[in-house]
Write a protein that binds this ligand. Sequence first.
Ligand code: R5P
Length: 295
Amino acid sequence: MQSIIFSFFDSAELATAIAKYCHYEIGEITLRSFPDEETHLKINSNIKDRNVIFVANLVRPNDKILPLLFAAETARNLGAKSIALVAPYLPYMRQDKQFSVGEGITAKYFATIISNYFDSLITVDPHLHRLHSLSEIYQIPTFTLHAADLIADWIKNNVTKPLVIGPDRESGQWAEEVAQKVQAPFVVLEKNRKSDYLVEISIPHLEKYKDYTPVLVDDIISTAKTMIETIKQLNKAELLPPICIGIHAVFSGNAYEALLQAGAAKVITCNTIRHTSNGVDLAEQMAKEIKKINL
Ligand code: R5P
């Protein structure tokens, strides 16, 4: 029987686009809170013996996870053949190690919870820094898509003479791949994060790039401090106002506005998290992957 797609938490646009490409049915689920804020949910579509796909925007995940797991359990009880989670932005990937005694390794714990409720996971450019692959922490098959090709296409179509910049060593992996595809020069900067909101960036001599458009590329923009500090340094070096590209538009608080105010010429993100800055559409790529793995 044909697979069926359910959308969770502001994912309707993406889920509908995927369903259209794959010719899958969109499932109907009602999720609401009781007055005491506990969750009531009801799956209204027939899912017995069908492959079920949940598309979920999991940015700011804490309030979403319990309803999501309840929905997965409900789907299981209703006889779903398999349940795949499409989480284009995969949260809880940054605390992948104990930096000081007593800290929880939440990337690992989150992976275990998801692995207990879903049969597979599809995501886009997870923040793999010290981990090499999701299989190190997830116990289910995982499928990872990369936004580099489409980001490179966006740069080719919109920027003349780009200089691709990775604001820190971690972002280097994404920025370098994009730079190669665009065939543009590439530099990676040094970052020293002193706290959540305090970041120092040092840049090398960039005089020879004064007539280039700097294009900052990073996987996540959260507080935007990484990009804002980079812009300050680029200004000091008298480079042109940069275009800031992030894969995942996490944007805590007023980070997006602050980034524009800091002097970004443009802010572009992928639609892994719905946001006004979305300029790179990954729906078709996700749909193709879902088809390929035969869901
Ligand atoms: C670093 O670990 C990531 O690649 C990003 O640079 C980081 O998440 C950006 O965070 P923020 O926007 O809070 O500076």
